[in-house]
Design a protein around this ligand. Structure first.
Ligand code: FUB
Length: 339
């Protein structure tokens, strides 16, 4: 039986002077009173809407922070710390700085911003930029992470200090273009699959999100590289079908660890606009589908993060109410979530 999560009334938009989306929220253990949010920074463009997401043409990142009493989530407000990283400062980036995330490296005391963008050849890759403070500024590595591709990196630091980066997105996110999970070169990219395409048909399984554990320096994947994650249907124990659009993975990976030690992987279903979650025994899965975390919001995309703050769980997400439904102009909000 699916077990949908319940969420409280939403906050107002955390900031309104800029558009923000795809919020990745963290409470770093040494700064327990503040939530740092790593969002996309949406901007107005005259690019026509298409199903590959060309209208999402962002050029920099701002970090937002917030703190609130858990019973006062509806009045939460955000502080904008200004530009943390610009596309013009990343040598390999051509355009479209999409959903980022960040992690704290307790060994070095540095903060690592992970971000996707199109490279000079027009393909999505993942980059890393390093800073001394959670709000940045961040200095980018000169090249994208080796073996990285597609979009929406989300980081998770486990209890043993290992950092995992989850990623992937279909249609505009290009995941369907990769013939191999660990592509070796040009021939492993199928140009015919560029665009709003994905596997389909009877018996065909959905594409899984990808994950890689990072090296200790948190700049590259470790020697095992990238693997595909399995999301299983509880009624069959098999991977979710490609045509099961209400449950199949589309984009917006997130991982958190529950109090009972279970690992919860949540994600967007894209064209059906849900955020769903699946539960497993370890950070690499497999994860078994459990239910919905968020219903569709105003706007096409749905993208979230889940964070424990002051002993309670909160989901950060975006919608397009402030822009009156313009899908590429989103604002971040927060709600309490109970499972
Ligand atoms: O912000 C651009 C894209 O929209 C993100 O990468 C997706 O997750 C969707 O929210």
């Amino acid at each position: 039986m699916p077990t949908d999560a319940k969420t409280s009334a939403p906050s107002a938009p955390l900031v309104t002077h800029i558009y923000t989306a795809d919020p990745s929220a963290h409470v770093f253990p040494h700064i327990p009173d503040t939530i740092y949010i790593y969002p996309s920074h949406d901007r107005e463009t005259d690019i026509t809407f298409n199903d590959s997401g060309d209208q999402y043409d962002m050029t920099d990142y701002h970090v937002i922070s917030t703190s609130f009493a858990p019973d006062a989530v509806t009045t939460a407000q955000g502080v904008d710390h200004g530009v943390a990283l610009s596309a013009k400062d990343v040598p390999w980036v051509s355009k479209q700085m999409w959903a980022p995330d960040a992690a704290y490296n307790a060994q070095t005391g540095k903060y690592h911003l992970f971000f996707p963008a199109r490279d000079k050849q027009g393909r999505f890759r993942l980059g890393v930029a390093v800073g001394d403070k959670p709000e940045g500024p961040f200095v980018p590595q000169p090249e994208p992470m080796q073996g990285s591709y597609s979009i929406d990196p989300a980081s998770f630091v486990d209890e043993d200090g290992s950092c995992y980066v989850y990623f992937g997105g279909i249609w505009g996110g290009e995941l369907q273009c990769y013939k191999k999970v660990q592509p070796e070169g040009e021939g492993d990219f199928d140009e015919s699959q560029i665009g709003p395409k994905e596997p389909s048909g009877k018996g065909v399984k959905a594409l899984g999100p990808r994950v890689g554990r990072l090296r200790e320096d948190m700049l590259e994947f470790d020697a095992e590289g990238v693997r595909e994650i399995k999301i299983l249907a509880p009624e069959t124990g098999e991977e979710i079908d490609a045509d099961d659009h209400e449950r199949r993975f589309f984009e917006a990976s997130w991982l958190h660890r529950r109090e009972d030690g279970k690992y919860v992987f949540s994600y967007s279903t894209g064209d059906t606009h849900f955020i769903c979650y699946a539960v497993g025994d370890g950070p690499l899965g497999p994860f078994t589908y459990e239910g919905k975390l968020l219903e569709p919001v105003v706007g096409w995309t749905n993208h979230h993060s889940v964070v424990k703050y002051k002993g309670r769980w909160f989901v950060f997400y975006h919608d397009c109410e402030l822009s009156k439904g313009v899908s590429h102009l989103r604002t971040v909000r927060v709600r309490e979530v109970t499972w």
